[in-house]
Design a protein around this ligand. Structure first.
Ligand code: TYD
Ligand code: MG
Length: 458
């Protein structure tokens, strides 16, 4: 009896926290009622021992390691390559997370098609859909090359055999939650199953030199379901996000052993699959109203790319004692703070007004460089004074109402120029890095009061 209980462990199904006994609340992620009992069989450890005993590796000089294997494979999708850090690394294990229906399978099928068309052997393993369903999706995307193979399988052992036998260059496992190993007694999708599947795939990727993509479902709070453990087992973690209503999608790296994590890839879901959006600014500014008050264009930097977005504010008299404030696409507390600064430093009376701030296009921004845009949109709406069409503002706002310098001011200004903006309101402290800007008018400001005074003249 005692022996049997020694072999069973409780896992939090939300974050993967391991415990010897059942608990009502997970001490790590604070989720209630998330513990489930899972049997740990010794087969797994002996399996790892066997693999280790097969071949004892010898240390090599680091300068003797050949570089060929680290050459990257282009996916044929520029935005995807950018997020991966320049392409797929040989033998890498990459996790793609995202809400259901966001387009993970579509993106990977398109990638597989491109890779197969460039002569790679590609294997797409699906545990979720039947071959017919995948064929139907493939029909929308386009013609499929001969070197793209499909396998509908959920048994991990079978998957391992197929990969070892066929040794494809690239392999996709859609999704890791459907993979099932008979060595582990718990249900598919549980922490031990997902962990087993990932470690098996990791081993295959490293020993066979196959680059493997795995798809992971996310929970309602946006993390890869259960297995946070997954995130540190794999080389790269990508999240595919976006508004279900809006047609654009953003691919972001949360972890990347082979590149930077601050690049984003922007896509648009069309009738024939995902299309790249090479110039997100143009896309985000689509449909900007003309001559409306409470609207201004701000500039944020995502990775190495400046992106222009429209910041909208609506300020109106509150009909209740307690004013209502909302912030969509930006931090609610930041908006409250900026309104307090406006009230205290500029004497703008906002305490009896409702205020709604929105970043049009549905993008979520957290960079402080959009502060000045938010402030000016609020001022414009409360004075009911439209801001000129071709005006852009960026800068961080401090608690005493000062406008502080932001990074990459030159890139921001040149992006504004590229899209036909005529005036840029920017922090004075940033002016030092400019020689002379041609073809665009720069209005440096020290504090928000100066920026507000400028509004009437633009
Ligand atoms: P899918 O790739 O199945 O999502 P996931 O694997 O992340 O769950 O994406 C499905 C959604 O995308 C679905 O709602 C239909 C839509 N879609 C298009 O709009 N156009 C297309 O060409 C394809 C293939 C899908
Ligand atoms: Mg899918």
């Amino acid at each position: 009896m005692a022996r049997a209980s020694a072999k069973s462990v409780f896992f939090c199904q939300n974050c993967g926290y391991e415990s010897a006994k059942w608990m009502g609340q997970c001490p790590a992620c604070r989720e209630w009622n998330s513990f489930a009992e899972e049997k740990i069989t010794p087969a797994r450890t002996s399996g790892a021992g066997k693999a280790g005993a097969k071949k004892v590796r010898q240390p090599v000089r680091i300068k003797d390691v050949s570089m060929d294997e680290t050459l990257r494979i282009g996916t044929g999708i520029g935005e995807f390559d950018r997020v991966l850090g320049g392409g797929i690394v040989h033998g890498a294990l990459m996790l793609i997370g995202g809400d259901p229906g966001i387009g993970k399978s579509t993106l990977l099928l398109q990638t597989c098609r491109n890779l197969a068309a460039s002569g790679k052997q590609v294997l797409y393993i699906s545990g979720e859909e039947s071959p017919q369903q995948i064929r139907m999706r493939a029909e929308r995307i386009g013609t499929m090359p001969d070197t793209l193979y499909l396998l509908c399988e959920t048994d991990l052992e079978a998957v391992r055999e197929v990969i070892e036998k066929n040794r494809p260059d690239i392999c996709v496992v859609d999704s890791v939650q459907t993979m099932f190993s008979a060595d582990v007694t718990s249900a598919p999708g549980s922490v031990s199953q997902v962990r087993e599947a990932t470690s098996t795939l990791m081993m295959l990727a490293k020993t066979q030199g196959v680059s493997i993509f795995i798809v992971g479902h996310v929970t309602k709070d946006g993390t890869v379901a259960g297995p946070r453990v997954l995130e540190h087992m794999v080389d790269t973690v990508l999240y595919f996000e976006g508004d279900r209503q809006a047609s654009y999608r953003i691919l972001r790296a949360a972890k990347n052993r082979f590149g930077s994590t601050n690049e984003i890839g922007v896509f648009e879901m069309r009738g024939s699959g995902l299309a790249e959006v090479p110039n997100p600014s143009e896309y985000m500014l689509n449909g900007k109203p003309e001559g409306a008050s409470g609207s201004i264009v701000a500039c944020t930097v995502e990775g190495t790319r400046p992106v222009l977005v429209e910041v909208q504010a609506l300020v109106c008299r509150t009909s209740f004692g307690m004013p209502r404030r909302t912030a969509a696409g930006t931090d609610y507390n930041r908006v409250n703070l900026l309104m307090a600064v406006l009230e205290k430093r500029c004497g703008l009376h906002l305490s009896d007004s409702d205020a709604y701030v929105n970043i049009a296009g549905g993008m979520r921004l957290s960079e402080p460089a959009i502060d000045l845009g938010i402030v000016l949109a609020i001022v414009s709406s409360s004075r009911n004074q439209p801001i000129g069409e071709r005006v852009l503002a960026f800068g961080e706002v401090g608690l005493s109402g000062e406008v502080r310098a932001v990074s990459q001011a030159e890139q921001r200004v040149s992006e504004a120029k590229k899209l036909g903006f005529e005036t840029v309101i920017l922090p004075k402290a940033n002016m030092r890095s400019f020689g002379k800007a041609e073809g665009i008018r720069l209005c440096p400001v020290d504090n928000i009061k100066q920026a507000m005074d400028l509004l009437g003249t633009l």
